[in-house]
Design a protein around this ligand. Structure first.
Ligand code: KIV
Ligand code: NA
Length: 261
């Protein structure tokens, strides 16, 4: 299969083919998701929560994102790789935003970047697009604004969401993530813009879906949000193996003769 491009994703929307997106942060998961046929690997700043164990995404740095994106880009054979711009890497100045976006392509081997925000970042998206950097937008529940939103809350302001979607499309974004939005609003946005919508907690009528791979493989302990479906139970599986290892080393059952030289 040939590599997935922004053009291919646009064509998939036109043909009504659903787009699959998953996060990845390291070689084994990037390789598996690519092999499974996932269209886009998003190196999300969800890194902060899924991998670093933080309560929010706010502390993730550019250097951390570049490090993980480089690993994922090297591991992907056909999936398109999108690097997620971390908090404050694109908000404080236009030239800083362009330089940071460029790093994902120049240093890490991504083919596009993602950033959060609608109308308020339209000019930034336009500048990146003009520089030849494809941009995936992200509207609705934008986790980098957690303190401004007053928590991780579903966003229900239809007029604002429709306006944000139109503005990022007009600015040249090649797709847009819709996060934490009622299904009927996501459906209306998806119909009214020409670029693919990628939903997470946004109902079934988006052009594609994205989940955090640790969530959908059941790798995290604790609370599972309503929008997540667990397609595997990796944590349970890993815990069984880890407990058995601890027991067998303690008892002397491992290593046995078959593991010896
Ligand atoms: O960081 C991330 O993983 C994301 C997706 C969930 C859209 O932004
Ligand atoms: Na993100």
């Amino acid at each position: 299969a040939s590599a997935v491009t922004t053009k291919k994703l646009m064509d998939m929307k036109k043909k009504g083919e659903k787009i699959t997106v998953l996060t990845a942060y390291d070689h084994p998961f990037a390789q598996m998701a690519d092999e499974a046929g996932v269209n886009v690997l998003l190196v999300g700043d969800s890194l902060g929560m899924a991998v670093q164990g933080e309560a929010t995404t706010l502390g993730v740095t550019m250097d951390e994102m570049i490090y993980h994106t480089r690993i994922v880009a090297k591991s992907a054979r056909t999936s398109m790789v999108v690097g997620d711009m971390p908090f404050m890497s694109y908000q404080s100045s236009r030239s800083g935003a362009l330089a940071n976006a460029g790093r994902f392509l120049k240093e890490a081997g991504a083919s596009a970047v993602k950033l959060e925000g609608g109308a308020s970042v339209a000019d930034t998206i336009a500048a990146m697009t003009q520089a030849g950097i494809p941009v995936m937008a992200h509207i609705g529940l934008t986790p980098q604004s957690v303190h401004q939103m007053g928590g991780f809350r579903v966003q229900r302001d239809r007029d604002r969401l429709m306006e944000d979607a139109r503005r990022v499309e007009a600015a040249g974004a090649f797709s847009v993530v819709l996060e934490g939005i009622p299904a009927d609003i996501s459906a209306a946005i998806t119909k009214s813009i020409s670029i693919p919508t990628i939903g997470i907690g946004a109902g079934p009528d988006c052009d594609g879906q994205v989940l955090v791979i640790h969530d959908m493989l059941g790798l995290n302990g604790g609370h599972v949000p309503k929008f997540v479906k667990q397609y595997a139970q990796l944590r349970q599986n890993a815990m069984d193996g880890l407990r058995a290892y601890v027991e067998e080393v303690a008892s002397g059952d491992f290593p046995s003769e078959e593991h010896c030289y």
